[in-house]
Design a protein around this ligand. Sequence first.
Ligand code: SF4
Length: 121
Amino acid sequence: MILPVEIIHLKTVRKEGNNMINAILLMLVLGALLGLGLGIADKVLKVEVDERIETVTSMLPGYNCGGCGFAGCAGLASGLVEGTVTQVSRCKPCKEDRRKEICDYLNETPGPTGECVKVTA
Ligand code: SF4
C-alpha cells in the first residue's frame, strides 16, 4: 500500500526530472540558435584580407622607423598594395635587391580582384 506522503514524494521527483529535461532542451535550442547566429554573422560580416599586404610587410626591413611617411612598415605595404604609393624607394632602409623583389612580387601577383598593382623600385 502506498501512503499519500509517498505519492507526493513521487510527484515531486517526477516534476524535478521534467524540469531537468526542460532545462537541457532549452540549452540545446539556445546553443543551436547561437551557433546559427554565429555562422550567419561569419558569412555576412566577413572582411576580405589581401594577403599581399602581409607578404610585403614581411619583405620590408621591419624597422618601423616611419621614414616612409607611414607609422610602420605595414602602412607602406598597405599603400603599395592599395595603389596609393607606387615607389618602393619610399623605404630608404630597404636594400635595392629587396626593392626589386617587392616590385616583382607586386607586379606579378594578382589581388582578390584579379588585378596586379604596378610599382617601381
Ligand atoms: S621607411 Fe621602411 S623600415 Fe621605415 S617604417 Fe617605412 S617601410 Fe618600415
